[in-house]
Design a protein around this ligand. Structure first.
Ligand SMILES: C[S@@+](CC[C@H](N)C(=O)[O-])C[C@H]1O[C@@H](n2cnc3c(N)ncnc32)[C@H](O)[C@@H]1O
Length: 280
């Protein structure tokens, strides 16, 4: 069977199931060692070398498993990252969070200075790697409560060749216990609230510990409650949030902080998605 034949059989199988032919091409690139999706066309007469593995993974794809988990890889800005079931697949909104960070930082600090920034709940390490890439002079930390997620982050950090310090623990506790001081915090913590619709492909495959917000204990609360322990002077926080959390977060700021200013910002889909807080 040729690559072209396998592609048309797969597209036919997927018809009417709401799949993108782009995902099928990505699967072919992965299994047939192609350079990119264009090769699916230019190499269409080449004999397949992994027919069985391709069709078995096609079944996973048609069963709603995200392509990133099947091929073990995801893209984030200019970075190609290893992904597995222990980490969230980086989202476009989080690329926007990094843009918001990069664009707004001048309002608070001289970005040429050596500033200490923590990516809390780093998952695959995507935010920390992108920030170190954009701001090489920063001292960048990446932390997560999940040991398994940190294994993935460490691998991605090593592959990126960037100097990023990895810490394990709840919210800002690992920074407090190791006596580190921060100028900036960036975080995309679990933020899906009870009753919010979650697509089955997300619910069935992405780690629950990366998805769901709990009012009694959550990263926003832990960070804001202990913020004074990790700052020497002013500190600026960039959070990704759910629009459902706006009122909760306003109350949380009012009950935990003094001398602070904040802005909620929308993502490109028009949802309130980011919260920037400057304290001190
Ligand atoms: C929504 S995912 C974000 C992953 C990655 N930063 C991204 O943007 O793709 C949230 C991450 O926070 C971690 N996490 C959950 N609760 C935490 C806590 N209390 N302290 C530190 N990390 C936590 C999860 O393990 C998960 O990796």
């Amino acid at each position: 069977m040729t690559i072209g034949e396998a592609y048309s059989i797969a597209v036919n199988k997927a018809k009417g199931k709401g799949f993108f032919s782009q995902d099928i091409r990505r699967l072919l690139v992965h299994h047939e060692n192609l350079r990119d999706q264009l090769d699916v066309i230019t190499e269409k007469n080449r004999e397949m070398s992994n027919v069985e593995a391709f069709f078995s993974d096609l079944d996973r794809l048609l069963n709603d498993e995200p392509i990133e988990y099947i091929i073990g890889e995801a893209e984030f800005l200019t970075h190609r990252l290893k992904i597995n079931e222990h980490v969230l697949i980086p989202r476009l909104e989080t690329e926007e969070l990094v843009s918001v960070f990069s664009e707004r930082i001048n309002e608070y600090f001289n970005p040429k200075n050596m500033l200490a920034v923590a990516d809390i709940g780093t998952g695959s390490g995507c935010i920390a790697i992108a920030i170190k890439d954009a701001f090489p002079s920063f001292l960048v930390y990446a932390s997560d409560v999940s040991k398994n997620a940190l294994e993935v982050a460490k691998e991605n950090i090593a592959r990126s060749g960037k100097d990023i310090i990895v810490l394990e623990g709840n919210a800002i506790e690992p920074y407090i216990s190791s006596g580190r001081k921060l100028d900036l915090i960036v975080s995309n913590p679990p933020y899906i609230t009870e009753g919010e619709y979650v697509q089955p492909s997300v619910l069935n495959h992405e780690p629950a510990s990366a998805l769901f917000f709990h009012e009694e204990s959550n990263v926003y609360k832990s960070v804001l409650e202990s913020l004074d322990k990790v700052r020497n002077g002013p500190i600026v926080l960039f959070f990704e949030i759910s629009p459902q959390l706006v009122d909760y977060l306003k109350q949380l700021m009012a009950s935990t902080l003094s001398d602070y200013r904040f802005s909620f910002l929308e993502d490109s889909n028009g949802f309130v998605r980011f919260l920037v807080i400057d304290v001190g």
